[in-house]
Design a protein around this ligand. Structure first.
Ligand SMILES: N[C@@H](CCC(=O)N[C@@H](CS)C(=O)NCC(=O)O)C(=O)O
Length: 213
């Protein structure tokens, strides 16, 4: 049985949606950020970065949300959450999930926590926050243009794990002055994917209520 170490609506959300969609048995283990449990000696043993999530799959202990998603997708080909390995469609899938985790997710982290870079310098913090929001916005524009031309989902009509990943990031980005949902083609994807039972169950399982993204 899988074990997903989580905190509500953290980077575990996309792996959690994938687990729900797959339908395999799993256990949720709360990492209580309120008491900084992600930095505890025990947790650092399974995730040396002290970040959430971590997946335990038997002997395999895995960190990084995108890696967890890719691993789950590979372990459960029957769930059909990614195109066949070696195809151009699979390459596109890699492109988008890497773009989401490497570019958009990282920019959103800087936007949410600019002081991790700037310390107590309030003016610098503001500059970094605004810069990160602008860059994240430009990435969202790229996604919106892609969905307009090739949507409604990342891979056209075919649901894939990358759609779940955008739902997770879009939820985090809701407080942006120009949030993901303000772009029509992203909004359409969020409506479609946010309504899926697997997505609703994942957030409910984390105790997240109300509008998802
Ligand atoms: N790139 C990592 C980022 C994970 C991450 O930053 N998680 C946040 C929650 S969304 C976290 O654990 N923050 C706690 C901390 O930094 O102490 C991933 O995708 O798994």
């Amino acid at each position: 049985m899988y074990q997903l170490h989580y905190f509500p609506s953290n980077a575990n959300a996309a792996p959690h949606m994938v687990l729900e969609e797959i339908g395999h048995e799993y256990e949720l283990v709360l990492v209580d950020r309120a008491s900084n449990t992600q930095k505890s000696k025990e947790y650092l043993e399974i995730n040396p970065n002290g970040r959430i999530p971590t997946l335990v799959d038997g002997e395999l202990v895995l960190f990084e949300a995108a890696a967890i998603v890719l691993h789950l997708v590979d372990r459960h080909p029957e769930a059909d959450l990614a195109p066949k390995v070696g195809t151009p469609e699979r390459a596109r899938f890699y492109q988008w999930i890497t773009f989401l985790t490497n570019s958009l997710q990282e920019e959103l982290m800087i936007w949410q926590y600019p002081d991790r870079l700037t310390g107590t310098d309030a003016a610098a913090t503001e500059i970094v926050r605004n810069g990160a929001e602008k860059r994240a916005g430009a990435y969202l524009d790229v996604i919106d243009r892609h969905l307009k031309a090739n949507g409604p989902l990342f891979l056209g009509d075919k649901l894939s794990a990358v759609d779940f990943y955008l739902v997770m990031l879009s939820r985090w980005a809701r407080p942006m002055s120009n949030p993901p949902r303000s772009r029509p083609h992203i909004a359409r994807l969020l409506d479609m994917v946010g309504a899926l039972p697997a997505v609703r169950r994942a957030y409910e399982g984390e105790g997240v209520t109300g509008e998802i993204c």
